[in-house]
Write a protein that binds this ligand. Sequence first.
Ligand SMILES: Nc1ncnc2c1ncn2[C@@H]1O[C@H](COP(=O)(O)OP(=O)(O)OP(=O)(O)O)[C@@H](O)[C@H]1O
Ligand SMILES: O=P(O)(O)OC[C@H]1O[C@H](OP(=O)(O)OP(=O)(O)O)[C@H](O)[C@@H]1O
Ligand SMILES: O=C(O)c1cccnc1
Length: 491
Amino acid sequence: MALAYPDDSLALHTDAYQLSMMQTYFMKGIHERKAVYEMYFRKMPFQNGYAVFAGLERFVNFLSGLHFSQSDLDYLRSTGEFNEEFLDYLKNWRFKGTVRTPHEGDVVFNNEPIVQVEATVFDAQLIETPLLNIINYQTLIATKASRIRSVVGDQTLMEFGSRRAQEMDAALWGTRAAYIGGFNATSNVRAGKLFGIPISGTHAHSLVQVYRNDYEAFKAYAETHHDVVFLVDTYDTLRSGVPAAIRVAQEMGDKINFIGVRIDSGDLAYVSKGVRKMLDEAGFPNASIVASNDLDESTIKSLKFQGAKIDTWGIGTKLITAYDQAALGGVYKVVSIEDENGNMTDTIKISGSAEKISTPGQKQVWRITRNSDGKSQGDYVALWNEDPTNLPDGLYMFHPSYPYLNKTVVDYTARPILQDIFVNGELVYELPALDEVRDFSQHHINSLYSEYRRDLNPQEYPVDLSQDAWDHKMNLINKTRSYVDKISKNN
Ligand SMILES: Nc1ncnc2c1ncn2[C@@H]1O[C@H](COP(=O)(O)OP(=O)(O)OP(=O)(O)O)[C@@H](O)[C@H]1O
Ligand SMILES: O=P(O)(O)OC[C@H]1O[C@H](OP(=O)(O)OP(=O)(O)O)[C@H](O)[C@@H]1O
Ligand SMILES: O=C(O)c1cccnc1
């Protein structure tokens, strides 16, 4: 139990194998070798055309001041797996590496680095698990939220997921990710307190069940609150709930702000049309209709197609659990490692399946935007020493698997996506306010052509390798092949 350890830290929030490898590096004296690791994911979540990068703030909080506490060390000792010299080294350990990421909220794509860690192999190894844990989840939820935002236009989206989230951390940070992705408010009060996200909500069926009567419940609620939304579907939406809501709104008049009603069951298209008619006829054309009940972007789209009269959407389970895709499969791979002579050597992971072959070398991702309309033309993944800005003849971009698909972009801006967050262990990045993150995200989603933004079968956004990065990859594949050929002949 965490409470049993007043000095508990997050340093052990990692897989045991990271510490096992760290002990090997340490005992073999190679723990200070420099390495570059990059995180990327191979498939777009929800088959969306873009993903929304989220989780940076939590990761910064995690890494700032990270250390092994006495109880962490005592626990490691008690496992019998770690020796005293290693534990002694951990005692004063602090992260000394450099971390680069996109700004939180930026759009990111598959097969490009979205986090880069330049550190000792020791430091880089420890943070793999928490880094993937945080970024995979929050990026997934921000992307799901953005998909939902894309089908509702300007309508209000309320996040209702806390009761269904995979435990408390997921509820809290998932809510923040949903806000970045375009939600307007949350029902989670702590998220309101900690992050400044607007909180909002209606009431539950239990209020009506406690009073055993719609009218009495709504009246009591209205007498104790100013802004009111009545939940009208406990017994019978059109015959009992809505008439009771109208009666209370008429009786209370200006004493309350009658915002509207919520429906949470039944055929939401049919019922909402009936509710709208009744509210209009009673003189409440501005009263809103809130809908909830296992909604997601596809049910919302269908409801809109059916002409449902819904103004505000309350969304829980399918957002906060990323119901249709349980995880973003982001991975963290070493791309360059210092050899025994102190030189950096780029590494590759070969696989029979082409998508699993890693791209060697430290890289930067450049977002190429056309100056005439501000639209993104693609991402250009280049080796670290390359600079694709201001090329007089334009930038040649080609598809890494089908090089005959190519173009030369002229009059463009190349924006480096990976920004310094920590440099040699020091935090050098000022985290922006959450609303700035949200606005930044919206701005960059809008800079994508609509072909990449549609929720169904979007066009594949170009993520291209520079010629040098491509040549380097092919060279290493060939070199590795001849090495394997050689040793297999000798066996
Ligand atoms: N007109 C509609 N078109 C498409 N989907 C709808 C429509 N109306 C409701 N839905 C969705 O259909 C599903 C109905 O689920 P379900 O059968 O659990 O609801 P219910 O029985 O009305 O309510 P409860 O949640 O109280 O059981 C929900 O996901 C809801 O959002
Ligand atoms: O449907 P979601 O998108 O997850 O949104 C949250 C749900 O939580 C509440 O339901 P509650 O826990 O009372 O259960 P019920 O309405 O499904 O019976 C609310 O009425 C929503 O239906
Ligand atoms: O405020 C609401 O209406 C609400 C909050 C959480 C879950 N379902 C509904």
